[in-house]
Design a protein. Structure first.
Length: 133
């Protein structure tokens, strides 16, 4: 069931969300490394047997990455950028749907932005009007 986050509920969920996001970053790093290894194998003329084994490792890594993304986003949190560490939590400001936003390295949810705004449109939470639904 879909639910809106408040700053309080988002901050309460943040430790688990950070853990899940950290796993996603690790899976992505693994995918990139395996892609580079595959590319090097093609360039070096490796045999099909070793190439296919590495390709299967990549397939598994990609599957793990997407499963981790699906698991995190099933909480309602949206990944805006894995590389930049940007996550958004759906919320409401009065009757308007907005995003509470978090950037990797921040200790808590301190900013929000409109649905059509991105990271550059972040505003501090003080006096936001974001309320319990």
């Amino acid at each position: 069931m879909f639910t809106y986050y408040t700053p309080q509920t988002a901050n309460k969920a943040l430790p688990e969300v950070k853990r899940m996001f950290s796993a996603i970053v690790g899976y992505k790093r693994q995918v990139v490394i395996l892609q580079q290894e595959l590319s090097a194998m093609v360039d070096s003329g490796s045999g099909f047997d070793i190439f296919m084994k590495k390709k299967q490792e990549l397939n598994t890594a990609v599957t793990n990455l997407y499963k981790a993304i699906e698991e995190l986003e099933s909480t309602g949190v949206m990944i805006k950028s894995v590389d930049e560490g940007l996550l958004d939590f759906p919320s409401k400001r009065f009757e308007e749907e907005v995003w509470l936003c978090w950037k990797s390295g921040e200790d808590e949810i301190k900013f929000w932005h409109g649905k059509d705004e991105g990271f550059m449109g972040r505003k501090p939470l003080e006096t936001t009007g974001i309320i319990e639904p």
